[in-house]
Design a protein around this ligand. Structure first.
Ligand SMILES: Cc1ncc(C[n+]2csc(CCOP(=O)(O)OP(=O)(O)O)c2C)c(N)n1
Ligand SMILES: [Mg+2]
Length: 597
């Protein structure tokens, strides 16, 4: 690091990025952050990827971490630049993704003079108070000598315990202040998470031994705590059926004997039967989000004792249903469990689970029937996924690709697969694919996105072209917002508004749009998957779904005289014949007979 006389706060930032080997950051230049970009330019270590929307920059920074485990930074300007970044921050907040946002701010003088006003200086406002609830830490830097402390602390906070975004707002005069390296205060981490609880591993082993139908639900916390390998070892040791959350889809390959897939409202039938019949459920690093459990937690795994392992106390206390709450890092739990040797294999239960898997394939008859006239999204995803490389990065956008990928994708554990699951914002797909691709440009990358979702942040097509990213994008053209049509069918007798061109929301010609930006264009009427996948540069594959395609299997709400009823997870639509349910459930509920009347 330089100690020359003209050494600015912004120079320190550029040096700090190098010190932490942060070689790629994402951002958009403005006036209020211009010193930071100038210092990065002069330093020449970190490459800035200039996006076309600040929300994209933050999403890309998050995706860079998701694909590589390495943190990145988004650099945005004051006012509108900071405001635009918020959606990306909430996305990373919801999915526990670390990233640091650095924003420029109006000069300190205006922050003081205008502190009670709506706006500071030319276009600034109080971003730090605005983002306090959606970041792990948000700091306004007012003392140039605290730059080192603030950056180190921000990095530590973002990465530690349950990860998430942090934000540092730096007024322009502070960025351009001269500092003396010797007088900087430095951050020393003295706090480590206080996972003080004694964990009774003997009791856990006994609970497993005495259960007949144990299941592990694997969550994203396993990847976040860098314990995927230890988890594979645990699976091998315990030989207990494993299901996983959407966010943990890439932890175990789909052909692993003990991976039984993904339960939930848009889950897989076999996984739902396994959850609903188990008598012991060990949840490792998942927050049990509503789309996973269904709307009534008491109907989720109703016969099971639940052991909940999580490093967020608030999540542990979310429901009163848990029989044992374990407050610790997933890695600690998994490693200690791997030291225990006991008889946990339940042959009859494993045979039963295997039968569920055979009886309920991912692609169902109704999908194949639909696929005769259209590209059915389940069939298409299932087919294309069989052709992907072992090290592919698969980014899932929003709209029907979100459930369909989690229900029908075939994958290996070397692949990286993710979506914005917590916030589920349209427009996440493209920026995320850019961030993930740039974390390792040698890995092939594919994005599955809805036609409506791809319109939000479609400006990033240009970023893909400009940076020559060989991204493959599959666009599911169903001429509108299919997801919302289904809501309108369920709630408003199919009165559509704002979901297609007839009801006020139109979509463009994707061939024209993609070729105008410079993508190679393919479509399923003319091209096969191999032609598309083997193309060397950026390419779009447009497929054509039935604009009314059903998104099933799904645990669908049922309208009754008493209002909308949320059935339990075993009741996925299309409803199975009662005889099949009787064969598949330890205990069939009265409700199941009633809804079939
Ligand atoms: C930013 C944002 N706005 C609105 C929504 C609500 N929403 C959820 S799905 C959806 C439609 C998605 O359409 P498309 O991407 O075309 O997928 P499809 O359902 O048609 O397959 C909408 C509007 C959202 N999730 N995110
Ligand atoms: Mg659509």
């Amino acid at each position: 690091m330089s100690t020359s006389k003209n050494y600015l706060v912004s120079d320190f930032i550029a040096d700090w990025l190098e010190k932490h080997q942060i070689s790629i950051v994402f951002g958009i230049i403005g006036s209020a952050n211009s010193y930071i970009f100038d210092s990065i330019l002069r330093k020449g270590f970190t490459k800035v990827i200039f996006m076309h929307h600040e929300q994209s920059a933050v999403m890309a920074a998050g995706a860079y971490y998701r694909a590589s485990g390495k943190i990145s930074v988004a650099i945005v300007t004051a006012g509108a630049g900071s405001a635009n970044a918020i959606t990306g921050v909430v996305c990373n907040w919801a999915d526990s993704i670390p990233c640091i946002v650095l924003s420029g701010q109006e000069s300190t003088k205006y922050l003081i003079e205008h502190s009670d006003l709506r706006m500071y200086g030319t276009q600034g406002f109080d971003i730090i108070n605005s983002v306090k609830k959606i970041t792990k830490q948000a700091t306004l830097l007012t003392d140039p000598n605290k730059i080192s402390y603030t950056l180190d602390e921000s990095l530590h906070v973002a990465m530690s315990d349950r990860p998430g975004p942090t934000w540092i707002d730096i007024p322009m005069d502070i960025q351009s202040s001269n500092i003396d390296i010797e007088s900087l205060s430095s951050f020393v981490n003295t706090e480590t998470a206080n996972y003080s609880q004694e964990i009774n591993f003997d009791q856990i082993s006994k609970m497993i031994e005495s259960s007949e139908r144990p299941v592990i639900l694997a969550g994203h916390g396993i990847r976040l705590s860098k314990s995927i390998e230890s988890f594979h070892e645990l699976m091998n040791n315990l030989k207990i059926p494993v299901v996983h959350s959407w966010s943990a889809i890439d932890i175990v390959s789909s052909d692993d004997d003990f991976n039984y897939g993904c339960p939930g409202i848009y889950g897989q039938r076999a996984a739902n039967f396994i959850i609903q019949n188990c008598d012991l459920l060990i949840v490792i690093g998942s927050r049990l989000a509503l789309p996973q459990t269904g709307y009534n937690i008491d109907n989720f795994a109703p016969n099971a004792k639940i052991i909940m392992v999580n490093n967020d106390e608030l999540e542990l206390n979310k429901y009163s249903r848990y029989d044992m709450k374990i407050y610790c890092d997933c890695k600690y739990f998994i490693d200690r469990m791997n030291e225990k040797i006991f008889d946990s294999y339940k042959e009859n239960w494993v045979i039963k689970c295997n039968r569920y898997r055979e009886d309920f394939p991912l692609v169902e008859e109704c999908h194949l029937e639909d696929n005769k006239n259209f590209d059915n999204s389940y069939v298409l995803i299932n087919e294309i996924s069989k052709k992907l490389e072992d090290n592919h990065i698969i980014v899932i956008g929003q709209g029907s690709p979100l459930p369909c990928c989690h229900q029908a994708l075939i994958h290996s554990s070397n692949q990286t697969i993710f979506a914005s699951n917590g916030l589920g914002e349209m427009g996440n797909g493209l920026p995320s694919a850019i961030g993930a691709a740039l974390s390792d440009i040698s890995r092939p990358i594919i994005l599955f996105d809805g036609d409506g979702s791809s319109m939000m942040n479609i400006q990033e097509f240009q970023t893909v072209i400009g940076y020559k990213i060989p991204l493959k994008i599959v666009i599911f053209n169903n001429s509108g917002y299919l997801f919302i049509k289904h809501t309108q069918k369920m709630l408003f007798e199919g009165r559509y508004t704002g979901v297609d061109s007839e009801t006020g929301m139109s979509l463009p010609n994707f061939e024209k749009v993609s070729t105008a930006f410079g993508f190679e264009y393919f479509n399923t009427k003319k091209n096969n998957f191999d032609e598309f996948l083997s193309f060397s540069g950026p390419a779009v594959l447009e497929c054509f779904m039935n604009p009314e395609q059903d998104l099933v299997p799904k645990v669908k709400g049922i309208m009754t005289n008493g209002g909308l009823l949320a059935p339990p997870l075993e009741e996925m639509s299309p409803l199975l014949p009662i005889e099949v349910l009787e064969k598949s459930m330890v205990e069939v509920k009265k409700l199941s007979y009633e809804i079939r009347l």
